[in-house]
Design a protein around this ligand. Structure first.
Ligand SMILES: Nc1nc2c(c(=O)[nH]1)N[C@H]1C(S)=C(S)[C@@H](COP(=O)(O)OP(=O)(O)OC[C@H]3O[C@@H](n4cnc5c(=O)[nH]c(N)nc54)[C@H](O)[C@@H]3O)O[C@H]1N2
Ligand SMILES: Nc1nc2c(c(=O)[nH]1)N[C@H]1C(S)=C(S)[C@@H](COP(=O)(O)OP(=O)(O)OC[C@H]3O[C@@H](n4cnc5c(=O)[nH]c(N)nc54)[C@H](O)[C@@H]3O)O[C@H]1N2
Ligand SMILES: [Mo]
Length: 692
């Protein structure tokens, strides 16, 4: 830290908490107890001194006049958002009394459901004391599937763990496939490396049904129909095998099931793939040849492509490509979906699954609408929401809202803002922002662990998640020692120190230095010599583990549930494939209430190809209604050939109560789940568009 600063001016090291692969290192300047500047740490290699447009203005979030600063209880109808201020004692006593009563009732503690996702990614504030509390209580377990579990399951079945190419290495690649990912919006510090590679002569190819900001800046853009990526990957393999771009030595030494994969790829000649994906056959052949000829060739695949019925298979098919051509041999080759599995996170110590009382059921967060509405035994009598805004972000929103509106549901929401979900709370608790809390971070996009030290005191009466669960545990009479752990104690337990990658991860060092790279080589090439953490130790083109679970052991194309090919009757009524990827100035629904960020995104918009607009007699600027059998929402029409024919695109996620008509894109999305991973299928969704 600069020594010349006057004493009341301090710079504190932090980590961006948001659900993004970049997990940036922040430097927070504090003057007389007030944070006055947040900037990217120049010495943290992935961040390189640059923050995204959102977090560069994090102070507008922390000091927003919209903050929830005191505990409150509901006085209006559910969803109305009318509250009166109460004290912490009354708030916590109300929650504990209600939880105790439900636990003692015939329904038992399983009638209580925690609901959280990645509002903060910090290991402490996202999954430590909270899990201990609900485990000890015997509450229902939550299957956290809303984002990444399909892709993760597909990747893990093939490669073994969420491990891949070091993001810093992409600067040295010669060909980069940016597949189902819009890094300018959602993975900025990867994009910096891709730009660097481009300057050094690399070719960048975007594979995305929508000409995203990223696709515009790549050398080539292939726009497959949504949910057809597995066919594209199998078509590439068909060509790679037919034209012998296969690295036979790598395949023989380090893979399993080549013959089965080759037989499957043989069923996907370019002409068939062209018809499935809506791409020219020669583009598929060209892509395969580029991939087969370039070295090092790297793939940045991301979660956009797995939000479909066949999302698990799609990621699995793509994950086979680098092993087939031996691209893993180079540090700048291979593929990256997520790097989170490189970190030796000690979840057992943080979350204490050994405390789980009884044999609680598991409920899927992606179907929270049905979970709250369907008859089940026991019913969900209470829900405790933190780190998530399900009323805005979960699919089939009308059902989600109806579930939260149940008068017999006791609802606690711990939040920074009065979100769409907060409006349904019986008890609303004020949460701290990242500047006000302690945490330790891993990342799903790079290889550095980080400390986040509180730089300012909590605003108002806000408290971090860990503290609230500590207080609740005391009120519930949970006497186990682990409920006495301070945040520093928790931070000390975050990583398994016996893991060779954890050399520099002890908390005292992290606390002082701010960040540390995992102990992996600078030219980390995780699978250059095999060593896949699968059951066989090989890259599994054929997976016995999948077969044992009743799945197809070899990657295949599973069509979208909603498409002209798979459901012509539905497509006749709702002919447009609808996707709602992240807005650059929002982070899921976070920031979507703050004026500066809303101003950047202007208003909910729907992009449609000129031919699709003309066929409906719609013109640019029209207010349009986007609808299907599940519901509808409105948006301003943008007529643009950035959307391919047949695909409608609305960047997300707007707050419902701030959107026209009180509905957002999740009015039309479905609760159906993916092939693997029980994940949400946000982008597997047919709609019709008409003038509002
Ligand atoms: N600015 C910003 N950054 C974010 C987020 C945010 O909301 N805003 N969200 C964060 C979170 S939680 C996540 S999970 C990641 C998500 O970021 P990504 O993993 O990059 O995924 P998405 O943004 O969902 O989609 C990326 C691209 O995939 C495309 N896509 C949609 N369907 C398909 C398909 O079937 N095939 C192919 N090939 N492409 C498809 C979309 O058009 C989009 O341009 O970003 C994180 N970063
Ligand atoms: N239509 C459509 N829907 C989608 C997606 C899409 O692409 N399209 N993307 C999906 C994806 S990938 C994801 S990951 C989900 C994300 O959905 P969510 O995980 O619900 O993400 P956010 O909308 O950012 O809501 C997080 C909330 O946590 C709060 N929060 C932040 N920090 C803290 C804290 O320390 N303590 C507490 N108590 N609260 C805190 C924030 O204020 C915010 O309101 O949405 C999914 N929904
Ligand atoms: Mo996500």
């Amino acid at each position: 830290m600069p020594a010349a600063l006057p004493p009341e001016r301090v710079v504190v090291r932090g980590a961006c908490p948001h659900d993004c692969p970049d997990t940036c290192a922040m430097l927070v300047t504090v003057l007389n107890g007030r944070a006055v500047e947040v900037r990217g740490a120049p010495d943290h290699p992935p961040t390189g001194g640059v923050l995204c447009t959102k977090v560069a203005r994090y102070l507008e979030r922390t000091y927003s006049d919209q903050r929830v600063l005191h505990p409150m209880k509901r006085v209006g109808r559910k969803g109305e958002g009318k509250f009166v201020r109460i004290g912490w004692d009354e708030a916590l006593d109300t929650v504990a009394t209600r939880f105790r009563a439900i636990a003692a009732s015939p329904h038992g503690p399983q009638a209580i459901l925690p609901y959280s996702y990645a509002g903060t990614m910090g290991l402490l504030q996202s999954s430590s004391m909270d899990r201990r509390f609900f485990h000890r209580l015997g509450a229902s377990l939550l299957d956290r599937t809303i984002c990444a579990t399909a892709g993760k399951a597909g990747w893990v079945a093939t490669v073994g763990a969420a491990i891949g190419t070091d993001v810093l290495q992409f600067a040295n690649s010669k060909l980069i496939l940016i597949w189902g990912s819009n890094p300018i919006a959602s993975n900025l510090h990867f994009w910096t490396r891709a730009q660097e590679a481009k300057r050094r002569g690399a070719k960048l190819v975007a594979i995305d049904p929508w000409r995203s900001a990223t696709a515009e800046k790549c050398h080539q853009h292939l726009a497959p129909l949504p949910g057809t990526d597995a066919a594209l990957a199998l078509g590439m393999m068909h060509v790679l095998i037919a034209e012998d771009f296969v690295d036979h030595d790598y395949v023989a030494r380090y893979t399993l099931g080549y013959d089965a994969l080759a037989a499957r790829a043989a069923q996907y000649p370019p002409a068939r793939v062209a018809a499935i994906c809506g791409l020219p056959a020669d583009a598929i052949v060209g892509l395969a040849r580029d991939y087969g000829r370039s070295r090092p060739a790297a793939i940045r695949l991301n979660y956009g492509l797995q939000r479909h019925a066949g999302g698990g298979h799609a990621v699995r098919a793509i994950a086979c490509l680098p092993a087939l051509v031996g691209a893993w041999r180079d540090a700048a080759g291979g593929a990256l979906l997520s790097s989170s599995g490189t970190y030796p996170v000690d979840s057992a110590a943080l979350e204490r699954p050994d405390l789980i009382a009884g044999q609680p059921r598991t409920l899927n967060m992606s179907t929270i609408g049905d979970v709250l509405l369907d008859v089940r035994d026991p019913p969900v009598d209470a829900i405790y929401v933190y780190n998530s805004n399900p009323v805005a972000v979960a699919p089939e929103s009308a059902k989600v809202a109806a579930g939260f509106a149940r008068e017999d549901l006791f609802c606690v929401v711990h939040e920074i803002f009065r979100t769409d979900t907060a409006d349904y709370a019986d008890i609303l608790l004020p949460a701290t922002t990242q500047l006000e809390q302690l945490d330790v971070h891993h990342s799903y996009g790079h290889l550095y662990a980080q400390a986040n030290l509180p730089s300012i005191a909590p605003l108002g009466e806000a408290k971090p998640n860990t503290e609230v669960f500590r207080l609740l545990a005391a009120r519930m009479g949970f006497a186990d020692d682990c409920f006495g752990d301070s945040d520093d104690d928790l931070a000390r337990q975050a990583f398994r120190r016996d893991d060779p990658r954890a050399t520099h991860l002890d908390w005292d060092t992290l606390r002082t230095r701010g960040f540390a790279r995992l102990d992996v080589p600078a030219d980390y090439a995780p699978f250059a010599h095999g060593g896949f953490p699968t059951p066989s130790g090989r890259c599994e083109f054929h997976s016995a583990a999948l077969a044992a679970q009743g799945f197809d052991p070899v990657p295949d194309f599973v069509p979208p549930r909603e498409s002209a090919a798979s459901n012509p009757e539905l497509a006749r009524r709702f002919p447009l494939a609808f996707i709602s990827p992240p807005a650059r100035n929002f982070l899921n629904s976070s920031f979507a209430n703050l004026p500066a960020f809303v101003a950047e995104e202007q208003a909910p918009q729907l992009a449609l190809h000129p031919d699709d607009a003309a066929a409906r007699a719609l013109v640019d600027g029209d207010e349009v209604r986007i609808r299907n059998d599940r519901g509808s929402f409105t948006a301003r029409l943008r007529v643009t050939d950035r959307a391919r024919r047949g695909v409608a695109v609305a960047s997300s996620i707007w707050w419902k109560k701030l959107a026209p008509g009180g509905a957002n894109a999740n009015a039309v999305t479905s609760q159906a789940l993916t092939d693997f991973g029980r994940a949400a299928t946000f982008y597997d969704c047919l709609v019709e568009v008409e003038r509002a």
